[in-house]
Design a protein around this ligand. Structure first.
Ligand code: ADP
Ligand code: MG
Length: 378
């Protein structure tokens, strides 16, 4: 067990890292952040900020020699860096899990070869015959870059095979996955933590609504049948065991109109859809990340209220100046979170708010009302 007082290392200084840092500091740990940006949400509040590239040897050496354990807040960390650090201290999640989650090709192949249901897909690489008949059943489809895509970026939707070549061109002909466009009933996610001892703690199933490929709102508990919830939890736990996963893991699912449940993608870290847990659960996903990293017993994931709705605050809201925060603050059951980012840009995640309620309907009505007032002002 790594006890409070120890220094924890964090790769990445974004909002997920900031909320990890806050949870760690609440429990008496200190945090050292590696992030190349001089001004970052986590770097600004951590005890130490190593302002260097993620592959910078001196910075990695310093992190590895001053921290008792190291985790990451994003998946695009080289496995070389994680393996280097793992020779010096505890690293969670393992390099292998991160390298699968950061590459859509490896991720899809790993899932499919281990018997997890995913959308029908094909790998597309430079030099492939893009007019080949085998791609026809995958149209209409979505072409997605294999690496570094997020929030719907690095994706092109195509209605038929004739568009594949131009879509591939648009994505600079980097390795891609072509995925069939599926008729979704809804999207759900499962967040869990798994300790080194194999113990798993699952959060309530989350229902997610996206706008233009970016998460807009998460509703808890998800409005799906108990059977779907159980199936999603079973699949997520099985995946965590298959990966011999250590840390917090998010599994995103597609629930199809015919009832099939497919894994969309996984994130080897706390997830935007789990932010409700800060205000609504006994243990937040960030405290759980600290607990798993330090081999402490996992905390309770039980909801403290019957329902919660989380709404993302994107930079678009800043178009005509600072949003009217009083519209959130005057609602007693709403909690405002801002990430301390100095520049707002359209699509940039600046913060979120969570509304707690006695029922999903009540929390949703209040959340939608706040959302409407905030966006009307800009
Ligand atoms: P990102 O890494 O940007 O989150 P995703 O693969 O999760 O990429 O895609 C973003 C969103 O686009 C999904 O949450 C979903 O709403 C939609 N989407 C992605 N793939 C499909 C698909 N095969 N069929 C239908 N909708 C999809
Ligand atoms: Mg996604």
């Amino acid at each position: 067990m790594i006890l409070p007082g120890a220094m924890l290392g964090l790769l990445g200084g974004g909002q997920l890292g900031r909320m990890f840092t806050m949870a760690a500091q609440t429990m008496g740990y200190r945090v050292s952040v590696l992030d190349p940006a001089a001004d970052s949400p986590a770097g600004n509040i951590a005890e130490h900020h190593l302002c260097a590239d993620y592959l910078d040897e001196r910075a990695l050496h310093e992190l590895g020699s001053t921290c008792a354990a190291i985790t990451t807040e994003f998946e695009n960390i080289s496995s070389i860096a994680l393996e280097y650090l793992a020779q010096r201290c505890v690293v969670s999640p393992h390099a292998k899990s991160v390298s699968i989650a950061q590459n859509r090709i490896l991720e899809k192949q790993f899932l499919a070869s281990n018997g997890f249901a995913v959308a029908p897909f094909a790998v597309i690489r430079q030099g492939d015959d893009l007019a080949a008949e085998i791609y026809k059943p995958l149209c209409p489809g979505i072409l997605k870059v294999s690496q570094l895509g997020y929030d719907g970026k690095g994706q092109v939707r195509m209605s038929d095979l004739a568009e594949l070549a131009s879509a591939f061109e648009k994505l600079q002909q980097v390795p891609c996955v072509l995925e069939q466009l599926l008729p979704l009933a809804c999207e759900i996610s499962v967040i869990l933590a798994r300790g080194l001892d194999g113990q798993v703690a699952l959060y309530p199933v989350i229902e997610n609504q996206h706008e233009q490929g970016i998460l807009d709102m998460s509703v808890v508990p998800a409005r799906v049948s108990d059977q779907v919830k159980q199936q999603a939890c079973y699949i997520a736990s099985k995946l965590a065991h298959t990966l011999n996963y250590h840390g917090v893991l998010c599994v995103e699912f597609f629930l199809l109109q015919d009832g099939q449940l497919l894994i969309n993608e996984i994130a080897p870290r706390p997830h935007n859809s789990g932010h409700f847990s800060i205000d609504a659960c006994v243990t937040s996903q960030f405290e759980q990340q600290v607990r798993a990293l330090c081999s402490l017993p996992l905390g309770s994931t039980t909801l403290k209220v019957p329902a919660a709705v989380m709404v993302n605050l994107l930079g678009d809201l800043w178009l005509t100046g600072e949003p009217a925060w009083n519209e959130v603050l005057r609602i007693p059951s709403a909690k405002l979170h801002l990430y301390g980012k100095r520049t707002a840009r359209p699509g940039r995640k600046m913060g979120h708010f969570t509304v707690l309620g006695d029922t999903v309907e009540q929390a949703l009505t209040e959340a939608l009302a706040i959302k409407a007032v905030l966006s009307k002002a800009c």
